[in-house]
Every structure is written in C-alpha cells, then in structure tokens.
Design a binder for this molecule. Sequence first.
Ligand SMILES: Cc1cc2nc3c(=O)[nH]c(=O)nc-3n(C[C@H](O)[C@H](O)[C@H](O)COP(=O)(O)OP(=O)(O)OC[C@H]3O[C@@H](n4cnc5c(N)ncnc54)[C@H](O)[C@@H]3O)c2cc1C
Length: 463
Amino acid sequence: MTTSPTDIGSYWLASCDDDLTPRPALAKDETVDVAILGGGFSGLWTAYFLLQQDPDLSIAIVERQFCGFGASGRNGGWCSPRFPINPSALTRRFGTATARAMLVAQQAMVGEVGRICEAEGIDAHFNPVGVLTLARSAEQLPSLRQSFDAYGKLGMADGCELLDAKQAQDAVHATDVHGGMRLRAGGTIHPGRLVRGLARVLERRGAKIYEGTEVLQTTGGMQPALVTSGGTIRARRAVLLAGEAFLTGLPDYRRRLIPMASTIMLTAPLSAEQWDKVGWAGGECLSSYVHTTNYLTRTADGRILFGSRGAPYRYGSDMCERALRENANFGWIRERLLEWWPSLEGVEFTHQWAGYLGIPRDWLPTVHFDPVQRIGHSYGYTGHGVITSAICARALTAEVIGRAPSAEAPPYLRRNAPNWEVEPLRWAGIRYVQNAFLRMDIAEAAGKSQPIDASLAKKLGEP
Ligand SMILES: Cc1cc2nc3c(=O)[nH]c(=O)nc-3n(C[C@H](O)[C@H](O)[C@H](O)COP(=O)(O)OP(=O)(O)OC[C@H]3O[C@@H](n4cnc5c(N)ncnc54)[C@H](O)[C@@H]3O)c2cc1C
C-alpha cells in the first residue's frame, strides 16, 4: 500500500525543499553491478561510498515507497556521537580498546557527515552543537556520574564536561534540573534534507533509483538478484539489503531485529520571549535519563522537537502504518514537554508523527557480506542510525569492494546477529518491559520508590 509523505506527518519531509513526486517504478528486468534494497540512509550512504571508491559502478536502489519514507525521514535529527550501547556496557562487552575505537569512529563520523554535506552542496542545516544530558531528579545523578566516569576510563574525558545543578540550569531553564553532562561531539541535522539530498547526489553520479517498487524476494549466487514488483534486478557484484526495521518482512530477517516505534511532537517556532524562558541557547541535542527515552532537538527555524516512546510493540513485529499513528502517544509527549517547561502552556504544536527503528537482540548493529552468495546487509542501529548507518555503510562498502578493514574488525562486522525470541514470548517480553519502564518513570517523577520489578525490567530491557 502506498503511503504519501503528507500521511506520515513528518516535518522533515514537509520542509525538505525537494520534489517528493515518486520517481518512476522499475518496469522491466535489469542488470547492474550492485542492487540495493532501501532508500534510507543505509542504502544511500552505501551507494555513496561505493561510488566514491569506484565511480564506474552501476548501482540501482529499489525503494518500496520513496526515499526517506522510513526512519531516515522521520527521526529526531540528532547526529549522535553515542552508540546504542552505553560506554560502560560497551567496555564490559568488548574491552577498552574496542569500545574506545567504536566511540571515536562514531564521533569522527559526525564531523564527516557535516563535511560531506558541505562538499556535496546538501543544505541539511548541520550544526555541531554537541549533546547535553540532564539529570532531572536526584535519582538520575548516579547515571550521569557513571557515564562521565566511563568516558574518563576510555581516555575520552577531554570531550566531556560534568555540570552541577546551577550550570545545567543556566544552560537549560527546565524544571527539576539537578545536573548535566555535556559531550562536545555530536550535532543536529535536518534528516529530510540529508536523505533527499543524498538521493539527488547519487542520481547525478549515475545511480538509478526506483521508487514505488517492492522487493519481494532475494536470490544469491554468481548473479544475485532482487525480485521486485516491477521486474528482476540482477547484480554482477552484490545485492545489499538496507531496510532496517522493515527487513523483518523478509523471511530470513523476521527474528534478527524488532521494529520499535518512537513518537515525535513538534512546536511552532517559538518567540524570542519564549526562548528566553526555555534557555537552551546552545541548541544541543538534549535529553534526560528516563527509561522511556526522550530526545529533544532545537530546529534551525526555532521549534522544539520532543521525541519519546512510541506505540506498543505489535505481535509478530507487525508494522501497520495506521496502527502506528493511532497508537502513538502524542498526548503523553505534549504533557512531557510542558512538564519540562510549564511556561510553554498553550504553545502550538504543528506536526506530529511516529516511525519504526530497528532493535537487534543484543543492541549491536550487523554488517555482513557473504562473498559466495554475494548478498550483504547492514542494519540494527537502534536510535543512533543517522551516524551509525554511515559508519556501517562504509564498512559494507569495504566488504563489497574486497578491502580488509584498516584496523581490527569492529564487533559488528561479519557476524550473525542473535535471534529475538519466538512469538508469543517475544511479544510478552517486550510488552512487559515497555510497561515496566513506563511505571518506573512515573514512580520516579512522583518521587515514589521504584517498582519491585525494576531490576528485572532493566536486566531484560537494557543492553
Ligand atoms: C522516531 C524516530 C526517531 C529517531 N531519532 C534518531 C535520532 O535523532 N538520531 C539518530 O541517529 N537516529 C534516530 N533514529 C534512528 C534512525 O532514524 C535510523 O536508524 C536510520 O534512519 C535507519 O536508516 P535505514 O536506511 O537503515 O532505514 P530506513 O530509513 O527505515 O529505510 C529503510 C527503507 O527501506 C525500504 N524498504 C523496506 N523494505 C523494502 C522492500 N521489501 N522493498 C523495497 N524497499 C523496502 C523502506 O521503505 C525504507 O524507506 C530515529 C528513528 C525513529 C523512527
């Protein structure tokens, strides 16, 4: 079923300044060097880096809806310097050197995305403002300290700053600010302009993009192929799958990741007086330590984007667009924003939307290319894919071109992602954790003690 950009409601698509009329669908069989499923960041960055390595490659990108339809056109606009797994857990799992290398790569890619935008003339409002995480209760202070210490242990303290209550309150005039931590790396971007801009750059370099074309099946071998609703695209070199959460619709990927909904509300541009009361003059990527997650972005035209938990997980990883919108917690998010800044009571909200991100069982992305079947994939970035997708796309490019990674292979490369549980266990477990995280945040906000099952929920629901 076709979904129009207007139906999605994303401000980023509405303000991307690109013609969103769908490109022609595939109408006949074709043969190219590389065929890619997915017109989001993963697919487009992979095509971009492939053409950078070998400008003569013929590449076709097949997109079921339109470029930017998925999470890439709906996200929070954070160029996050963080990884889905927090620094202490990353160190525990992979050791200091690997954890550090992964975080350094993530931070470096933020600057590189900014440089690519500039070099390619993509006006994506990249702003290297850093990240500011607030403790909005005394209970959140230990997490702040732990995070700061973890960066210190990795030798990355230079890029961090711990703020006391007054410094944090001066930076953002929100209620209940007890402290904060600043990461100098990181920035904000207009993801709609980035995803649509990348697609235009690729077309100028000769890549073909077919929209409104669904991949129904993949075949591997000497000449792998994408079997689509409009014909078969055979590939001389590689078939690459870059569908993130939507990959769960393909038989081999059903349990490799789950689609998790996230919801966003956006205000009208605030007046100068409103901004005076809000503070946040630095426009950093802003959040606090809540279990249901929150991410706030100050847009280039002076709006506040507030993102948080989305609709409950649906049985069998169902990704119904209508249910996503109907079950999104727009009212709940509006209340959270007013809780941060009661002075914004009565503020106009102009846009609201929701989208699916992909969460692997162990929260680690996967980049893999099978040189025999000639099929590769990159997926599983949780809520950090604006930057992680570019890192993984570069790694996938190196695999396809046949170059060994320069340093020791990162743990997400050439691995088989663990499966999620079978249904109905999966549904029951995820719904339980979603519900428990909400109860934990409500208890904390009310100054009550944590629910009796808080440790169990954290064990099940955190990486
Ligand atoms: C609400 C929300 C907020 C987020 N906020 C942030 C943030 O602030 N910072 C950050 O770093 N990350 C954020 N993320 C995550 C980030 O947006 C994603 O990780 C990233 O965009 C994934 O890019 P992708 O190209 O892999 O997937 P997508 O953008 O989802 O693209 C996949 C594409 O594949 C297409 N496709 C799927 N199946 C088929 C098929 N069978 N045939 C043809 N085409 C197909 C889809 O139509 C889609 O366009 C957020 C995600 C959401 C949903």
